[in-house]
Design a protein around this ligand. Structure first.
Ligand code: GH3
Ligand code: MG
Ligand code: MG
Ligand code: MG
Length: 289
């Protein structure tokens, strides 16, 4: 696991990091609460925060509370509060501030390792729940819920940075007739195949409905976003999808909308959906803005 240590002493950080490395964990240290929050916000691979009660810019308890307010799309975080002075009141205060556990400073090795194993069980279970809640079972792509969480987060980002964001919606053409002619299993195989194609494209496409997909493209110019969407269209057109009995070809229609600062997600979705509808009406297998 990756562990962030917030402690005002480099020596304490170093000693803890060595103890943690003995049981295979990788630790990084920060000296204050502000740096800890920065690291947690930017590095999603950190599973555990160990914070001292005493930090130069805020208390460890404040850090616990702030860490619990990180965006909902951040991966689960387990928090140890750590203090040299141990009392029932202090332990209760730490847990009530958002810590999951409390350790003495320095921690007793045997107990600390057991508490880390307990933490690891909780983290694995939480990550599994997140996976079940955010991954589409059939295609392995992010699901509708994951798509909306990410969209909210990217709109916040676009507002803060005044940066570019584009939303693409696409839908398989005449998909009903694939089910009708070749069976529902063949339809499922095509959906899985679409999952593989978009997976290879490196784009973070989500399955937001039966045969409808969504893609958010942040921080690139609109022309570039259109090129990426067009790349998807031609990749799907070029692919052939193997079902038990047939090799099928399918196409997709895409609508793209450029985020306008201040607009809501539902307005952006609406505009992409209108463009998708226009692409269908214009003959399908095309991208329209
Ligand atoms: P259009 O080009 O206008 O999009 O035509 P279409 O036939 O794709 O559109 P329509 O919305 O009428 O049909 C979508 C079909 O997708 C209907 C539904 O049975 C099928 N579908 C939705 N989810 C699944 C799924 O998980 N598996 C399979 N096999 N079919 C699905
Ligand atoms: Mg549809
Ligand atoms: Mg349809
Ligand atoms: Mg369709």
């Amino acid at each position: 696991m990756r562990i962030l240590i917030a402690d005002p002493s480099r020596t304490t950080q170093h000693v803890l990091a060595i103890i943690l490395s003995e049981v295979g964990h990788e630790a990084v240290g920060v000296l204050c609460g502000t740096d800890a929050l920065g690291a947690l916000a930017t590095d999603d691979s950190i599973d555990i925060l160990i914070t001292s009660f005493e930090l130069p810019d805020m208390t460890g308890l404040d850090l616990c509370r702030e860490a619990r307010r990180l965006p909902a799309d951040r991966s689960p975080l387990y928090i140890f509060a750590m203090s040299a002075s141990v009392s029932d009141a202090r332990i209760a205060e730490a847990l009530d501030s958002g810590a999951d556990d409390f350790i003495g400073k320095p921690p007793s090795r045997v107990e600390f390792f057991a508490r880390l194993r307990a933490a690891q069980r909780v983290i694995l279970a939480q990550n599994e729940l997140v996976r079940l809640a955010t991954v589409d079972l059939l295609t392995g792509l992010p699901n509708r819920r994951a798509f909306f969480l990410r969209a909210a987060s990217l709109i916040r980002h676009a507002e803060q940075e005044r940066s570019e964001l584009a939303l693409v919606l696409f839908d398989i053409d005449h998909f009903k007739s694939i089910n009708d002619r070749f069976g529902h299993d063949a339809g499922d195989a095509v959906l899985r195949g679409i999952g593989e194609i978009v997976g290879r494209s490196g784009l973070r496409v989500a399955r937001i409905g039966g045969e409808e997909f969504g893609l958010l493209i942040a921080d690139v110019g609109f022309d570039h976003a259109m090129q990426r969407a067009e790349m998807l269209r031609s990749a799907v057109q070029a692919a052939s999808f193997s079902t038990i009995s047939d090799e099928l070809n399918v196409t997709i229609s895409l609508g793209i909308a450029r985020y306008r600062h201040g607009e809501t997600l539902s307005s952006l979705m609406k505009r992409a959906d209108v463009a998708l509808y226009a692409a269908k009406s214009a003959g399908r297998n095309r991208l329209l803005a």
